[in-house]
Design a binder for this molecule. Structure first.
Ligand SMILES: NC(=O)c1ccc[n+]([C@@H]2O[C@H](COP(=O)([O-])OP(=O)(O)OC[C@H]3O[C@@H](n4cnc5c(N)ncnc54)[C@H](OP(=O)(O)O)[C@@H]3O)[C@@H](O)[C@H]2O)c1
Length: 422
């Protein structure tokens, strides 16, 4: 089986390396010699260590008759979508790790592919076989909930903030020095990368065809050491979570930092590691843990798709052979989300402030679960920091309270909330 690798960067180069290094094993498992015959790059002059021939002429590769499968590892959204569409139009199988392209175009790609194999195991949580788990191993279940830590950069930063007490900027700098974070980290720390992965999982779990702009996406850059103080005090970890949760006949999809009790398994997932917890009505909770990125782990997932193609495994791309007519699940709007909240308020240290805040909360359907006032360390300051947690309430009510508090004179900084995941 001849393979063309479109994009021979971090992942593409490792796909070629592992195919060559593990050739005998892969042949025995797949029943075929899977051979990376050509790679495509943008800049042929770049110094690189490739074991396969390279070209910068992508059209010539797409038009070759001797290529059996194309592996798209270029990155981007529209350009790879255009290229993959051309390949599928020729009924040639495609494997990709490109979550951004899938976040926007997975349904069009499913239609274009038809019966032509289309693999994307590597697009979510790198080396963890979560696509196969949802599409195959757990396919008997109504999925009640998925909770994932699916961005190693953000998890590394938050772990450093919690364990070493460093500020966000310092933890980000360290992540960049170690090569975990890009020069422009917005995509990772802003939650967008996680959201792309969540949307792919939501299609498999619920047949929900949302796009990134339809769901709540918040990043981790506003988390301060004050929040870390509270989390440690109350035995919580702070994680950037992807949450897909079914409530009645609708689904919540959201990405945001969350407080999770430290004794939960997913709260113990530290550093660059990823984990996805899936709860199904028949199976209960399963937790998948492993390397979420990196050339080698991602190549492992790409090659598992190539082996499936060689074995002629036929799975419906997004997990459904027929429309899910028994239960068309809708999507909750972001302000319809229901959860518990943590709220941090910097206030003037004056009589009546606390009573005012609690009245405002109760008038807007927020019920307080716990309250903490941090002892003032700066004797010259006339401000205090108040921390509240609420019982489960509606996001719209919480946002209204935050908006009302912002207008109060005694509030000395922008109120900050973090959702609490049970
Ligand atoms: N890195 C990871 O750990 C990881 C994990 C999971 C998923 N992914 C996904 O895997 C894909 C590849 O990621 P990566 O980290 O390997 O990226 P990368 O290191 O930047 O490599 C991209 C490769 O594609 C080539 N390329 C880009 N645009 C091209 C174009 N228009 N025509 C021809 N070649 C082009 C580049 O050529 P040059 O070398 O000449 O620049 C480079 O070889 C992305 O979709 C990413 O989201 C990556």
């Amino acid at each position: 089986m001849n393979v063309a690798i479109l994009g021979v960067g971090t992942v593409g180069n490792e796909v070629a390396n592992v195919l060559i290094r593990n050739q005998k094993l892969i042949s025995a498992r797949s029943g075929m010699h899977i051979v990376p015959v050509i790679g495509v790059v943008r800049d042929l002059k770049k110094a690189r260590n490739s074991q396969i021939p390279l070209t910068d002429d992508i059209d010539s590769v797409i038009n070759r008759d001797d290529i059996d499968v194309y592996v798209e590892l270029m990155g981007g959204i529209e350009k790879p979508y255009e290229i993959v569409s051309k390949i599928l139009a020729k009924n040639k199988p495609v494997v990709t790790a490109n979550k951004a392209m899938l976040a926007y175009h997975r349904n069009e790609l499913e239609r274009l592919a038809g019966d032509t194999p289309f693999g994307y195991e590597a697009s979510v949580a790198g080396g963890i076989p979560i696509i196969k788990a949802l599409r195959e191993g757990l396919s008997a279940n109504h999925i009640q909930k998925i909770v994932g830590i699916m961005n190693g950069t953000s998890n590394y930063i938050l772990t450093n903030m919690m364990q070493r007490g460093v500020k966000f900027d310092e933890a980000l700098k360290k992540a960049q020095e170690l090569g975990y974070a890009e020069a422009d980290p917005t995509f990772d720390v802003g939650g967008f990368d996680t959201a792309h992965k969540l949307l792919i999982l939501a299609s498999l779990a619920y047949s929900v065809h949302a796009k990134p702009e339809d769901i709540l996406i918040e990043g981790i850059s506003d988390i301060t050491n004050e929040d870390i103080y509270f989390a440690n005090e109350f035995e919580y970890a702070i994680k950037l979570l992807a949450v897909a949760k079914r409530r009645d006949d609708k689904v919540e999809l959201r990405v945001h930092p969350a407080l999770i009790q430290k004794d939960k398994m997913i709260a113990k997932v530290d550093g660059v590691m990823n984990a996805v917890s899936v709860s199904g009505d028949a199976v209960g909770e399963s937790l998948f843990y492993g390397a979420g990125a990196g050339g080698s782990a991602t190549a492992s997932a790409v090659i598992s798709d190539l082996i499936d193609i060689a074995r002629e495994v036929k799975n419906p791309m997004l997990g459904y052979k027929a429309p899910l007519e028994i239960l068309p699940l809708g999507l909750f709007k972001p302000n319809e989300i229901k959860t518990k909240y943590y709220l941090r308020l910097k206030v003037a240290d004056e009589i009546g402030v606390l009573a005012n805040i609690t009245n405002l909360m109760s008038q807007n359907n927020l019920s307080i679960d716990s309250f903490l006032q941090k002892p003032r360390t700066d004797k010259n300051s006339d401000c205090s920091t108040l921390y509240f947690t609420t019982h489960t309430c509606l996001e719209a009510d919480m946002l209204r309270v935050v908006g009302l508090l912002e207008k109060e004179n005694y509030i000395k900084d922008k109120p900050f909330m973090i959702r609490i995941e049970e």
